[in-house]
Design a protein around this ligand. Structure first.
Ligand code: GLP
Length: 237
C-alpha cells in the first residue's frame, strides 16, 4: 500500500486528479466511482477537463435502498449532478435502490462488474472504516449485496438528509471481494474524523472489524491523505 500525505485536501485532490487523468488519457476502460463529500472536488476538476471518456465505462460502489434515482439524496442523483451530465461516458452503472427484486439487482450488478473489470477504483471510507457500504464485520469474500447500515453510518450520513429518520437503513453495495477485484485502488481520506480509521487501515493488522484494512492485501493500492487524516499514523510509515 503506497501512502501519500498532503498538507490539505486541495493538494491531495490535485494529486488524485493527476493520477485519474493520466489513467484516462492512457486508455483506461472502466473506472470505479465513489460518492460522499471526499471526491467532490476531484469530480469538479474532472468535469472541467476535455478528456475524452466516450470509451470509458463507470461503475459506482453503492446506492441506498428505497431512494429513487431522482431523489436528491440518492447516489444516482449525486453522480448525475457531479459528473455524468458533464461527461460523455460510454456507459454508467449505479445500483438501482428501488429495484423490485433487490437480490436480482445485486446479481445483475455483479454481472456488470464481471463484464467490466475495474481498472481504477476510487474509494472513500466511513469513519468506522467501511468501504462502499461494507460495514465492520463484512466478509472479505462478499460480492454485491444488501447491507444493513450501522447506527454510526446513519449518523455520519444524516447531514445530507432533513431528518435522521429519512436516512435509509439499507443499501446495495459492491462487496469487498468485488472492490478488491480492481486492478488499482485509490483511497481518499480527508479530515480528522477519518484519522483513527486511517491509522487502523495502515498501521493495524488486517481485520474484518475495519474493512479498509483489506487494502493492505491489494498489490496496487494508493492512499491519498491530508495531514488531518494522517495525523494518527506512525511517523516512520
Ligand atoms: C458513504 C459511502 C462511502 C463513502 C463514505 C464517506 O458512506 N457509502 O462510499 O466513502 O460515505 O463519505 P464522506 O466522503 O462524505 O466522508
Amino acid at each position: 500500500m503506497k501512502v501519500l500525505r498532503f498538507a490539505n485536501p486541495e493538494e491531495a485532490t490535485k494529486a488524485a486528479f493527476d493520477i485519474v487523468s493520466k489513467r484516462l488519457e492512457a486508455g483506461l476502460k472502466t473506472i470505479g466511482l465513489a460518492t460522499g463529500s471526499t471526491p467532490l472536488k476531484l469530480y469538479e476538476k474532472l468535469r472541467n477537463t476535455n478528456i475524452d471518456v466516450s470509451q470509458v465505462t463507470t461503475v459506482n460502489l453503492d446506492e441506498y435502498v428505497g431512494l429513487e434515482p431522482a431523489d436528491p439524496q440518492s447516489y444516482n442523483y449525486y453522480m448525475n449532478e457531479e459528473l455524468f451530465k458533464y461527461m460523455n461516458f460510454a456507459a454508467t452503472y449505479v445500483p438501482n435502490g428501488v429495484a423490485e427484486d433487490l437480490e436480482k439487482e445485486c446479481e445483475r450488478y455483479e454481472g456488470f462488474l464481471r463484464n467490466h473489470p475495474v481498472d481504477l477504483q476510487i474509494l472513500g471510507m466511513g469513519p468506522n472504516g467501511h468501504i462502499g457500504f461494507n460495514e465492520p464485520g463484512t466478509s472479505f469474500d462478499s460480492v454485491t449485496h444488501i447491507a444493513e447500515l450501522t447506527p454510526s453510518t446513519r449518523d455520519a450520513n444524516k447531514r445530507f438528509f432533513d431528518k435522521e429518520e429519512e436516512v435509509p437503513t439499507r443499501a446495495i453495495t459492491m462487496g469487498i471481494s468485488s472492490i478488491m477485484g480492481a486492478k488499482e485502488i485509490m483511497m481518499l481520506a480527508f479530515g480528522e474524523g477519518k484519522a483513527e480509521a486511517v491509522r487502523t487501515m495502515i498501521d493495524a493488522p488486517v481485520t474484518v472489524d475495519c474493512p479498509a484494512t483489506v487494502l493492505q492485501n491489494h498489490s496496487n493500492a494508493i492512499v491519498i491523505l491530508d495531514e488531518a487524516a494522517a495525523s494518527k499514523l506512525q511517523r516512520n510509515k
